[in-house]
Design a protein around this ligand. Structure first.
Ligand SMILES: NC(=O)c1ccc[n+]([C@@H]2O[C@H](COP(=O)([O-])OP(=O)(O)OC[C@H]3O[C@@H](n4cnc5c(N)ncnc54)[C@H](OP(=O)(O)O)[C@@H]3O)[C@@H](O)[C@H]2O)c1
Length: 299
């Protein structure tokens, strides 16, 4: 991974400071409601993380899959779906899963231990987005795990990203990986030379996501939290690159019709199932183990 060498353009530095201040303020001011646990069947090799604050709200430890080994990163998916199973929404908060899902799980436990956060280009394109943790308790948990303040940002793209107006691509202290194909790389040569903090990872074809993941592991990325969207997520599931799915289901119908996470129902062992409380009653959180074979649960 190349190191950063230059300063951000003052416009981006100002935008970044304002973005961080807004995200941190939103995280500390959100009213969060403790989840109740219906099922905890975590496998014996699950990695448990948490601190007093997260355990109180989440109702116990949060489980990660164990490291995948020396060849591939361990990768999870985190999604919210409407009651009728749609995931498409320009702002997924509108699907109705509530602030606890957003701040404790989505921008929290699902990525707090990740070296990198991954998204499809459609999910981050055009937005002023940096994917990280913002609540001080989660920032402290991440620091206690010995990880950098912000995860590496990985964007999967076949058509390229607009460099000039992207916050994520213009912050020299923020490492970014663009997972793409050689034809696009040639077009973006000059943009990349002036941004040594952005590292391209190339696939011969879009079908070679497994090869790309092996390259990510060789770059030192051991754990990835992938936030979707569904186009990228389906391919990662089909390629066998996902170990666990964190899926929150809202009590509300909605979202763009016909946008399920996966074309068919996902049948996989439930690691935990939890429920929202207070005004978030009706929200269901599930962790599913997508590994084909898993060690037995403790009795
Ligand atoms: N409910 C949720 O939890 C959730 C989560 C995330 C997103 N969303 C929503 O879902 C929608 C976006 O989802 P989406 O399915 O349309 O798009 P997406 O999965 O976010 O991104 C698709 C893009 O990823 C790139 N891509 C796809 N396959 C690739 C491959 N094999 N290698 C490299 N790059 C690849 C392509 O980029 P190019 O465009 O560059 O060709 C493609 O257009 C938005 O409304 C978003 O807000 C919801």
């Amino acid at each position: 991974m190349r190191s950063s060498t230059s300063n951000p353009h003052p416009i981006f530095l100002e935008e970044w400071r304002a973005f961080v201040a807004k995200k941190e303020a939103e995280a500390v001011s959100a009213a969060l409601w403790p989840l109740t646990t219906e099922t905890d069947e975590h496998p014996i090799d699950a990695v448990a993380i948490g601190n007093d604050w997260t355990r109180k709200l989440f109702g116990g430890d949060f489980y990660l899959s164990p490291p995948s080994g020396a060849d591939l990163p361990s990768t999870s998916l985190v999604f919210v779906q409407s009651r009728d199973g749609n995931t498409g929404a320009s702002n997924p908060s509108t699907l109705g899963a509530g602030d606890t899902d957003k701040h404790l799980i989505y921008e929290g436990l699902s990525r707090v231990a990740a070296d990198a956060v991954m998204a499809g280009a459609q999910t981050v394109r055009g937005g002023k987005i940096v994917l990280s943790t913002w609540h001080p308790e989660l920032v402290a948990l991440r620091a206690s795990l010995g990880l950098a303040r912000h995860p590496i940002q990985i964007v999967a793209t076949l058509r390229g990203m607009p460099f000039d107006d992207s916050l994520m691509l213009n912050l020299p202290d923020l490492r970014v990986v663009l997972l793409t194909i050689p034809s696009w790389l040639a077009l973006m040569h000059d943009q990349l030379v002036s941004r040594p903090w952005v590292t391209p990872v190339l696939m011969d074809t879009p079908a070679d996501l497994a090869g790309a993941f092996r390259q990510l592991r060789r770059l030192g990325i051991e754990r990835i939290s992938c936030i979707g969207g569904r186009t990228l997520a389906r391919q990662l599931i089909d390629a066998g690159l996902i170990q666990n799915l964190y899926l929150t289901t809202s009590p509300k119908a909605g979202g763009e019709p016909g946008t399920p996470l996966y074309p068919t129902p996902i049948h996989a062992p439930v690691v935990v199932r939890k429920h929202g409380t207070g005004p978030e009653t009706g929200v269901t959180f599930e962790e599913l183990d997508l590994r084909p074979i898993r060690p037995s649960s403790p009795t």
